[in-house]
Design a protein around this ligand. Structure first.
Ligand SMILES: [Zn+2]
Ligand SMILES: [Zn+2]
Ligand SMILES: [Zn+2]
Length: 326
């Protein structure tokens, strides 16, 4: 009996020492998932159809490819995979996800689920590759807002994916950034807690959300498209609340890429405005806010010196292949 007590005390004392060594229980949680950047360009990617400026002429010459904004998630315990967005380059991006995670042998189920932010082509049009003519997947779960689910259910060719049960729609209940509506969390992979927040954007066919992905260790925000940060007070703060790493809309740099147009009238906050608003965040926690969804003309996608300057202010441009353990 005394021996048992001694063992219990020894184990207890060992575990509290190791907690102290790791800076307490909160920090000693281990990651269960990894988030991987699979694409970082705006919907049209680079090279961009029809562009005859140097950005795309050079890319066509050298074979450089930048695919639309997309994240992958891997469950480190089960190997299950998720995609955030089904972009027109889904084949390339899933191939990259499989390569980076050592996954194979999933011809009819290349990923275990897909989360969509909205119905602009760079974000959902890749779903078509799940249909009869290509992968013909079996009931791949897709999470989206009720309005986007309704759009997919009632419009061809997407409706055929639903009718043939190649995708299985799951309606999410997003919250609002003014705090009036709290999001209803869901788990697209067991243990991965996801919350969606509505964001202002050109909502023709569907509304638009940003996602917070919460693992046991860290939380990642994915907000590839937003029209403005000043739609109401506290919008950006609410999105960044509790977030360790944020991937945010960086469609345009400062307007030089849109000759003849006033950047203030163009939707999407320019990167220079985001950096100004978050200057203290960049200084105090460099790398916490990272740029994604860059237009083919954005100098921050094409100019290494500018990328270095932005990074020195604490705001790196996302790199394809970078991983965050959460
Ligand atoms: Zn977009
Ligand atoms: Zn271009
Ligand atoms: Zn959009």
């Amino acid at each position: 009996m005394n021996l048992l007590i001694a063992i219990v005390l020894a184990v207890f004392s060992f575990s509290s020492q190791s907690e102290q060594a790791n800076g307490g229980t909160a920090d000693s949680a281990s990651p269960r998932f990894e988030v991987i950047v699979l694409g970082r360009a705006q919907d049209g990617g680079l090279p961009h159809l029809g562009c005859t400026r140097s950005c795309c002429i050079n890319a066509r010459k050298t074979g450089r490819l930048e695919t639309p904004a997309c994240l992958g998630v891997r469950d480190l315990e089960t190997g299950r995979l998720l995609l955030l967005e089904a972009t027109p380059r889904i084949e390339h991006q899933v191939g990259l996800l499989h390569e980076l995670t050592g996954s194979s042998g999933k011809p009819r189920k290349p990923v275990d689920g897909i989360l969509l932010t909205h119905a602009h082509i760079g974000h959902y049009a890749g779903l078509i590759q799940l249909g009869r003519e290509v992968a013909s997947t079996k009931a791949t779960p897709v999470w989206a807002t009720p309005r986007l689910c309704d759009f997919l259910r009632t419009n061809g060719p997407w409706s055929q994916l639903v009718e043939l049960n190649q995708i299985e729609l799951n309606e999410i209940a997003p919250g609002t950034t003014d705090g009036v509506t709290t999001p209803q969390p869901f788990e697209p992979l067991p243990g991965l807690r996801v919350e969606a927040f509505r964001v202002p954007h050109r909502d023709e066919f569907s509304d638009t959300v940003a996602y917070k992905l919460r693992g046991p260790l860290k939380t990642v925000l994915f907000c590839p498209d937003v029209d403005r940060w000043d739609a109401h007070d506290g919008l950006l703060e609410k999105l960044l609340e509790g977030v360790d790493v944020a991937y945010v809309d960086a469609t345009f740099y400062d307007g030089r890429e849109l000759p003849g147009r006033n950047i203030l009238e163009v939707p999407h906050p320019p990167m220079i405005r985001t950096m100004e608003l978050l200057e203290a965040v960049g200084r105090e926690t460099p790398g916490r806010v990272r740029f994604i969804h860059l237009n083919h003309t954005n100098p921050a996608l094409n100019d290494q010196d500018l990328q270095d300057t932005i990074r020195a202010r604490g705001f790196p441009v996302a790199e394809v292949g970078e991983r965050i353990a959460i």
